[in-house]
Write a protein that binds this ligand. Sequence first.
Ligand code: ME8
Length: 635
Amino acid sequence: MTGNTFYITTPIYYVNASPHIGHAYTTIIADVLARYHRLHGRRTFFLTGTDEHGDKIAEAARKAEVTPQAYADRISAQFRALWPELAVTQDYFIRTTDANHVETVRRILQKVHDSGDIYFGQYEGFYCVGCERFYMDKELVDGKCPQHETVPEHRKESNYFFRMGKYQDWLIQHIQDHPDFIRPERYRNEVLAFLRDPLEDLCISRPKSRLTWGMTLPFDDNYVTYVWFDALINYLTGIGYPDGDNFRTFWPAAEHLIAKDILKPHGIYWPTMLKAAGIEPYRHLNVHGYWNIEKSKMSKSLGNVVRPLDLKDKYGLDPFRYFLLRDMVFGLDSTFSEEAFVQRINSDLANDLGNLVSRTMTMAVKYTIGRVPEARVAVDEDRILWETASRTIAEVEAGFAEMAPHKALIAIWEFINVTNKYIVEREPWVLAKDPANRGRLETIVYHLLEALRITSVLVSPFMPGSAAKIQEQLGIADGAGQDFASLANWGGLKAGSELKRGESLFPRVELKTDQARPESPKAEVPPIKPEITYEEFEKIDLRAAKVIAAERVPKSSKLLKLTVEIDGERQIVAGMGKDYTPEEIVGKTIVVVANLKPAKLMGIESRGMLLATDTEEGLTLLGFDRPPKTGAKIH
Ligand code: ME8
């Protein structure tokens, strides 16, 4: 943040795999930050998107037997569709295949080439396709890439290089002059440690003979650039570099958010690239740790990928957002455990916050005439609430300023606990027995309602849905008293507004272990069912069906309502919504069990069932090598 502007970016995610909890974590933090700064009335820009060029994507597309562009379209759409489901409010979703991005990258390449910082040379070394970069011998662990634990390929080729080494001293100086340029400190130290050795120049191209899925260099048609020179520049394209008003406004306030896996490209390549292009460095690089699953890395090949929508569907969106931000100390690794998640829901959300809201609202409605009362008889004992509130607000501000959102949450929960204790100590139910205490009783109720208002504002970046529900109960859903400015003084809640008791915010939950755990590593082939006769099989009428329309079922992330053509049109509700977007599924010819008894799913009739199977990336629909006639019998 600088002054009154804030610019936050997430990494742009590779489209070689579907989104998982790691992507959700980074993007939700970015969203929490964006919402927090908007609440302060600051001009805010939040950028996320997808990284679509390179070997990895080309390889994944080949495996899926589609073009790289079709593959990129498909996975990019999954990311784009996920964010609104997680209440993520980005201002712009960038794709590296977007025409304006291609133009920006080529412009910067040309500029750096013209100034003599890109040259043609030979390179020989070990290349990790997973990281899309060459490794120095000493960086390898037992000859393997430390990130992917795979043996890198030996590659030798002529390529273009960026004179990164030239900017080594400048970068060291910049990091020393700006102690929080890279934070937390452990990552700053890691970058400075890299920089103790001579910085090699950076290979930025690939010959087209080996790879075509990249962006052609503006100064040599036989080469493409991709990966870092392509991807990092998204942070400029997204705000309209070089001339947009957004670029001038937001670039000086740029905050990048990444995990430690891509520290080197962001901490070393990117600032030196910016320097060479004559652009000021970003303001901060904020680096978080890794979510691991039962102490091992989460990866498609280990089959232990945790999918965000599964957790949202089981436990609700706000608890999911809260848990991610509360359970990970920003900067350190964390082990995801569903047990810990459930425990947090029950203790922090159901017990602490949920109870505070329901007790307060019950008393408020019972002891007043259903409106916010006045605080006429405030006494010294009430000070604890104002004092804790103002200390909490300062701690929340500090937590955000130092990029430690978990600290902000810890501070808010202290306030919640102090408020709960205030209820126990003030015993409003005892005062209520004697009408002479009315003034004092109303004052206590007012204090509790005001504490709730403050809590609702403070938690709103983390749990926007729950904050809105609290504010609705307080009768302030129309705007006043919902921003940070309204927290400046105790007493922002206006007497007289109508109170509305709502439903319990966070019901207690139990661990739902069925499909709750991460998929078991390398699932075994399920046992084959008992034999059936041919006549029995014949009873199942399988047909080729064409999907002619598809839409999401409201309030369900999983269900799609399809119109398919078999012997006429019919409606089928299918649980494919996490694996396919409606756009992707329309036009496909698929296999349907056509004589399955109709059933209702979320109140919508479904006549038939699609056939699909599991893959590492989720469900895949059965299809055909050659297109059959619509309605054809499958035998
Ligand atoms: O690296 N824990 O894309 P990517 C926490 N395209 N965060 C995780 C995580 C985990 N286990 N796994 C992934 C790329 N992430 C490049 C970036 S930017 C110009 C180009 C998050 O799809 C985290 O933010 O591999 C990490 O940095 C990012 O996803 C890597 O995403």
